[in-house]
Design a protein around this ligand. Sequence first.
Ligand SMILES: Cc1cc2nc3c(=O)[nH]c(=O)nc-3n(C[C@H](O)[C@H](O)[C@H](O)COP(=O)(O)OP(=O)(O)OC[C@H]3O[C@@H](n4cnc5c(N)ncnc54)[C@H](O)[C@@H]3O)c2cc1C
Length: 484
Amino acid sequence: MLACELRLAGADVVVVERLAERTGESRAGGIHSRTLEVLDQRGVLDRFLAEGEPQPVGHFSGLYLDFDESESRHPYPLMILQSAVERLLEEWAGELGVRVRRSAAVSGIRQDAGGVTVELDTADGAAELRAGYLVGCDGGRSTVRKLAGIGFPGTDATMTALIGDVELPGLPEDYVWVRRTPGGDYSAIAFEPGWYRVITSEYDRVADRDEPATFEQLRESLVRVAGTDFGMHSPRWVSRFNDAARQADRYRKGRVLLAGDAAHIHFPAGGQGLNMGVQDAVNLGWKLASVVRGRAPESLLDSYHDERHPVGERVLHNTRAQAALARPGAATDALREVFGSLMVFDDVNRVLRHMLTALDVRYPVDGDHPMEGRRVFDADLKTDEGVIGVYQLLHGARPVLLDLCGSVEVTAAAAGWADRVDLVAARAEDELWPVPPVGEVPAPAALLIRPDGHVAWAADAGGEPDTAALRAALTTWFGPALEG
Ligand SMILES: Cc1cc2nc3c(=O)[nH]c(=O)nc-3n(C[C@H](O)[C@H](O)[C@H](O)COP(=O)(O)OP(=O)(O)OC[C@H]3O[C@@H](n4cnc5c(N)ncnc54)[C@H](O)[C@@H]3O)c2cc1C
């Protein structure tokens, strides 16, 4: 995702991957509303929708959450396996001309004032690459993070979960959704005809993280927790995960940055890890490309940490809460019952839904307009070419100044950025736009939208647009105005 974002913004990028080919491991089971929106912003969502299955509900620690159709054009979790997500992203990257160098493992890095030298172990021996910047997207055990000396504080695992994609003839029903027993919990979900994903969680053991997970261990665990192995056989993939929760203490050290699991690991409850990684990438891509292309000062990169670290912190927090709600025992049973009874209230459901979908994320901003700092809704706009959605304007990953009131002042104020910012004149079709968690907000008179879909500046209809604030936002995010 990051490579695609960088290419779209005109940077030269190479992906270095240790493996010779994609693993095809199913891993993450779905993507949430904000990630669906982000893909929509780039015009590639249809590919994912074609391979996925929208779900009617989401969940918080196995307790059902409802979605609200008015908040997003994609108010559902999309069930799609990570193997498909990785394939679709790689195909898109190929179309954009991203080079992928496989069978090359990063083994050393040297930073200096002008760039980063990356040492590689390849099938043909040692090699080196020279780059302006290096982003470690190399997973929870990130070599890049360790080599850069970035701390990864957090909490250790307190439980062990085993996961396997298997055939399962003996299950009495198609779907077992988190069944709690005194020994832990288990679930069995038919992802595709003929095979199931089986997960067991046990809370009285912490496996050695380097010990390989085996089918036999999964079988033994299922017998301990469920009392039977349901006759499961023919495993395609078996793995292990736990509730260790850690976060990089800084997302940038000089010319080295971190994104995805390299920056944060946590219990996979609620399915947020892959989503957060994709959204890290969309926050970082356009900023890094601007810096690399000399259009913005290096300090712009600090906003990546400032904006994304708190998002990661919140996910660690809510997944710790979900892990606590999952432990066996009478006290947790009671807690789940109380929690579940609260979740039927719209307000409670909404808070948790926003937390998991990340629709309510607000990046720190100077302004106080309710849209500023938040993701823009894909509202319908009337233009000379017909009705289009806001996200169509973001396909090229360029900033957009949306003038919805024909303001001469707004157009004039942005003249110095015409080379970098697309000025679009339109009319809003709807009077109210949804802005989670605020609610419905009157359609603005003008908006400055960053390439990641977050609003950098907004003006209300009926007032004088604050063009000084607009110019300040343009300078902060897209560099100084051109002279003349
Ligand atoms: C059981 C389970 C269920 C999950 N369900 C969900 C879900 O429903 N939704 C969700 O959003 N998330 C979910 N997740 C989390 C999700 O799988 C991860 O967050 C996601 O894979 C992280 O992506 P990444 O690209 O950051 O890291 P990874 O997927 O770990 O990719 C890192 C890549 O870097 C490569 N690499 C590593 N070291 C080097 C090196 N030295 N040199 C070169 N290459 C290297 C690796 O080979 C790998 O290809 C789940 C996780 C688990 C375990």
